[in-house]
Design a protein around this ligand. Sequence first.
Ligand SMILES: Cc1ncc(COP(=O)(O)O)c(C=O)c1O
Length: 309
Amino acid sequence: MLCMYVIEKSIEQDLSIESFNKRKVNLFIKRDDLIDLEVSGNKWRKLKYNIAHVQQKKLKGILTFGGAFSNHLLATAAACNKYNLKSVGIVRGEELNENSNSVLKRCSELGMNLNFVSREIYSLRNDYDFKNELKSLHTQMHVVPEGGANYLGMIGCQEILSECKINYDHVFVALGTGTTAAGMAFSLSSNTKLHIVSALKGIDIIQTLSTLFKSFGFGNSEINDWLECVVPHENSHVGGYGKTSVELLEKIIAFEQFTGIEIDPIYTGKVWMALEDWIEKENITNKNVLFVHTGGVCGGRQIIKDFIY
Ligand SMILES: Cc1ncc(COP(=O)(O)O)c(C=O)c1O
């Protein structure tokens, strides 16, 4: 049985924003960012059942993949440390070491065995033979893909909505790998629309989710049912992953001034921008809307600080 060290459910907080109140739009925010400092937001959702799997199968721990500033690596290191499991991180960049930045340093402090590999080798991370080679080198480790993007990760993410108290008309969430959004689409009630905001440029959201669901073994008819409730937002990426704009940063700062809640320019800031624009453009009134706060991104807050000062 998985014993949780983080809170059982994240809270839904009522946000009072004047322009929304005038429209009788009740805006709530799901505070997954408060789950834990290091295993924050959707990171815990994606790791929860992977950890349970390791415990049930009596494996040694988790082997996973990430870039130099990967929050997923850090979350995996922290969660494994907490549950007395081993963790191995395959890190993109042979030029790096455990002192290259604060994320890698912290992963190492938490006991993660870091393996720095070239970009060429890293590109094999989803290759069947490569994964088998890693499994034979690191025996009895559960291999979790980059970003926690597996079936168990998706199952953890469905709890974001299934634990909600209110039946929302519209729910907004960010997309990277699509695992979080897939889990939420999976547990959506039929009268709720799931608005998915891509943090990346050139992403076909419906196609991404469809491919992901298929890789998890689902069939076309159930996939089509889930995707019917999805509203894709593919143009709020402000140039691509990690890119920013003055408009985005101003909206984030205004949001923080109204609510006292920090959001980041990589994922959740783009969600906020898409949500606010959509309310205005579609002239939305009399609805219950949920903004899912999936946690922060390392470095993301620094962009805001640099902009203010
Ligand atoms: C804060 C935040 N929100 C959203 C996402 C996107 O999640 P997913 O990769 O499951 O689409 C990420 C990436 O993991 C993230 O760090």
